[in-house]
Design a protein. Structure first.
Length: 374
């Protein structure tokens, strides 16, 4: 949105999203992130009335405002239905999808239908462009917006205690020195309350297992909000609290200084790969959601680093396999085995190269404006 505004100051935005989008758009934009950010089959069913109301309000808003383009961002359960309804009601409406829904993982046959509903797909992974274009859906690979968000996140002076200096390559090919604390483990239990409630207790138990072998270990936990930080503090037993530093909004900083980490499946796994932090992947959801996902998902791996590499670069501990003893064993191997660490970091170098150069937002903005003017 900022890149669009810089390219054309007269653009106006309406729609739904989060507080940062509303800050760019102004008053005629709804911040619905708190209510719309539900996770899991049962949660969606419970909130069906809310989503149905929002769906019809969105349709009416688009019909009334007659925008030059509708840009649907991720969120496929809502947005693909909206695209289908818009194409039926407003056949000439320009409809652009940014951040491809991962239909390649659960329903490739839907791509041909999407080609009838959408004018243009903007994707963030290169293999998606090939897949969609082959199916008749005009697609442009713009690169991953994460790169521009993270490229300038350098280690902060004095962060952490003395440790081991390792280097990584930045997006321009230069070497950046990062100081990692050999006794620091980063924990990333997710950004939603339901995720944290499922995953953080397992991480606490894993930390206890690790301390039995390495009593000097400390743990820093990334919290997405003050509310989640408070909730995690309450999950800690009094005897554990001195071992865990819960930090709000410091995901990148922790990833640059932890020697290893445990990361909940999601965009944070790509951040960890970008910062070359060796890690194990964890995920756990309600059993109905997991069983429904098993029936639908057609890919070998859950984590995007593994999907991009088409092999297991990072060990995955999903659902019933997310056991503290097994996670601790994997982390100890990454702590003690330099060859294992280097093998994973080399895999991350290749994955980071797949994400493209910085400037994804500018490329997406140019593609949207070109589509509007065509």
């Amino acid at each position: 949105m900022r890149a669009l505004r810089e390219a054309d100051v007269d653009l106006r935005f309406i729609g739904r999203g989060g507080p940062q989008m509303k800050a760019v758009a102004g008053d005629n934009f709804q911040n619905w992130i708190e209510k719309s950010g539900v996770l899991g089959l049962w949660e969606v069913i419970k909130h069906y009335g809310y989503f149905r109301k929002q769906f019809h309000e969105t349709l009416h808003e688009i019909e009334a405002s007659k925008p030059n383009a509708v840009v649907l961002i991720d969120y496929p359960g809502f947005n693909l239905r909206l695209a289908r309804a818009l194409r039926k009601r407003l056949p000439s409406q320009k409809i652009i999808y940014y951040i491809s829904p991962q239909v390649w993982a659960w329903n490739r046959g839907r791509i041909k239908k999407m080609a009838r509903w959408l004018d243009l797909m903007l994707c963030i992974f290169p293999f998606e462009a090939d897949l969609y274009n082959q199916s008749g859906l005009r697609t442009i690979f713009v690169g991953h917006p994460m790169i521009e968000q993270l490229r300038d996140r350098q280690p902060s002076p004095g962060y952490g205690s003395a440790g081991k200096i390792v280097s990584r390559t930045d997006s321009s090919g230069g070497q950046i020195e990062i100081q990692r604390d050999s006794n620091l483990v980063g924990l990333f239990p997710g950004s939603r309350g339901r995720e944290v409630r499922k995953i953080f207790p397992i991480l606490i138990q894993t930390a206890r297992e690790l301390r039995q072998s390495k009593p000097k270990l400390r743990f820093e936990v990334a919290a997405a909000s003050d509310e989640l930080a408070t909730e995690m503090e309450e999950m800690l037993a009094p005897r554990d609290r001195h071992l865990f530093g819960i930090k709000v909004g410091q995901t990148a900083e922790i990833m640059q200084h932890a020697f290893v980490g445990i990361v909940a499946s999601g965009s944070a796994t790509l951040e960890a790969a970008y910062f070359r932090m060796p890690f194990a992947l964890i995920y756990k959801v309600a059993w109905p959601t997991y069983l429904a996902g098993r029936l639908l998902v057609k890919v070998k791996y859950l984590g995007m680093p593994n999907v991009l590499a088409d092999k297991q670069v990072v060990p995955e501990f999903i659902q019933h396999r997310a056991k503290p003893q097994d996670l601790a064993k994997a982390i100890l191997q990454l702590l003690d085995d330099p060859m294992k660490r280097q093998e994973m970091i080399s895999g991350f170098d290749k994955i980071a190269a797949e994400l493209g150069e910085s400037g994804a937002s500018e490329r997406a903005a140019r593609a949207i404006l070109s589509e509007i003017s065509s």
